[in-house]
Design a protein around this ligand. Structure first.
Ligand code: C5P
Length: 300
C-alpha cells in the first residue's frame, strides 16, 4: 500500500462542565462530545522520513515541526510498534484552526488510523485509543466519533445514544484561542469571584434530549463552563451569540474553548438559512452549516 486517506470529523461539546483544577494542571470534566460533518482529510504516503504538509484555509497557522499533533501521533505509533517508520502526511484542513472544534486532535486521530494501515500494523482500536489519550484529551473522541460522555480530563469515553440527526451552524471567528489560555482564564475568573467549584455532573436533561432527537430541548440544555472565559478573551463573541439567538437559533454556545460559536437549528433548511443570515450579519468570518452525529476517523 503506497497511500491511505482518512476522514476525521470536528466536534462540538454539547456539555462542557469543568471541575476543580487538578495537581497535574488539568481539570476533571464532564464533557459531552458530538461529532459533526466538518471534516479534515489526512493522507499518509510512503516516505523515509516523518514529514507533514498542510493545505486549506489557514493552513499557514498549523505548525509543521514536532509541535504538529499529527507528527506526534505518527511518532508515538511507531514507538508503540517498536520500529522506525517514515510517512509523508498531507492534511487538508476544513476544521477551523485553534477554533474549539478539536481540529488538531482530529489530525492526530487521522494520522494514527492512516499510519496503522500504511505500515500494516493492524493494531486494534483500543491500542490506538490509548496512544490517542497521551497525545491530547480530545484525541480519543476524534477516533471514536458519534456522541459520547468524556470524563477524567475528557479522555475516558462512554458512547451515548441519539434519537436522530441534529443540524448546526458554526460561526468561525478570525484567529484562534489557545485552549490552555482559556482554561487559565476560567480559573482566574473563578478565583476572582470566589466561586465554589462543584464536582461536574452529567446533565440528565441533555442526555434525554439527545436520546429523543429533540433539538428544541437540546438547545435549552447546552452547557459550556468555558464560555465566560472565552467571551472575556474575545469580547466580540457576545455579539455573535446574540445575533444567532435573534435569528432564531434553538441554542447558542461557544464551541469548546472557542472562538467558534455553535448554533442549533430546527432542521437542515433552517441551518442553511441561519448560516446565510449569520454570514450576512458581519458577526463572524464565515458561517458553516453541518449535521451530527457522524462517525470518527475512518479510511475512505
Ligand atoms: O489535553 P490537551 O493537550 O488538548 O489540553 C490542552 C490544555 O488544555 C492543557 O494543557 C490544559 O491547560 C487544558 N486542559 C485542562 N483540563 C482538561 C483538558 C485540557 O485544563 N481536562
Amino acid at each position: 500500500m503506497s497511500s491511505v486517506t482518512v476522514r476525521v470529523p470536528a466536534k462540538v461539546n454539547v456539555q462542557l462542565s469543568v471541575g476543580p483544577l487538578r495537581d497535574d494542571g488539568y481539570h476533571d470534566l464532564v464533557n459531552v462530545f458530538h461529532a459533526v460533518s466538518i471534516f479534515d482529510e489526512v493522507v499518509a504516503k510512503e516516505s523515509e522520513l516523518v514529514t507533514v504538509r498542510v493545505e486549506g484555509e489557514h493552513a499557514d497557522q498549523v505548525p509543521l515541526d514536532d509541535g504538529n499533533l499529527a507528527i506526534q501521533a505518527a511518532r508515538a505509533l511507531a514507538k508503540h510498534a517498536g520500529r522506525t517508520y517514515g510517512v509523508e502526511l498531507v492534511i487538508s484542513k476544513a476544521i477551523p484552526v485553534a477554533g474549539g472544534m478539536a481540529g488538531g486532535s482530529a489530525d492526530a486521530a487521522g494520522a494514527l488510523v492512516a499510519c496503522n494501515e500504511l505500515w500494516g500494523l493492524g493494531l486494534p482500536r483500543e491500542d490506538l485509543m490509548e496512544i490517542a489519550a497521551d497525545l491530547g484529551s480530545d484525541v480519543p473522541f476524534s477516533l471514536l466519533g458519534g456522541t459520547a460522555v468524556g470524563t477524567g480530563r475528557g479522555e475516558q469515553l462512554t458512547g451515548v445514544p441519539t434519537g436522530g440527526d441534529f443540524h448546526w451552524v458554526f460561526a468561525v471567528a478570525d484567529g484562534g484561542l489557545s485552549t490552555a489560555t482559556v482554561y487559565a482564564q476560567c480559573d482566574r475568573l473563578r478565583e476572582a469571584t470566589g466561586e465554589q467549584v462543584a464536582w461536574p455532573q452529567v446533565n440528565d436533561g441533555l442526555l434525554a434530549a439527545l436520546a429523543a432527537g429533540d433539538a428544541g430541548r437540546l438547545g435549552a440544555e447546552l452547557v459550556n463552563d468555558l464560555q465566560p472565559a472565552a467571551v472575556m478573551l474575545r469580547r466580540s463573541l457576545t455579539r455573535t451569540l446574540d445575533a444567532g439567538r435573534e435569528l432564531g437559533a434553538l441554542g447558542a454556545i461557544v464551541s469548546g474553548s472557542g472562538p467558534t460559536c455553535a448554533f442549533l437549528a430546527r432542521d437542515g433548511d433552517h441551518a442553511r438559512e441561519l448560516a446565510a443570515a449569520l454570514s450576512g450579519a458581519g458577526v463572524c468570518r464565515l458561517a458553516v452549516a453541518a449535521h451530527g452525529e457522524v462517525p470518527g476517523a475512518e479510511i475512505v
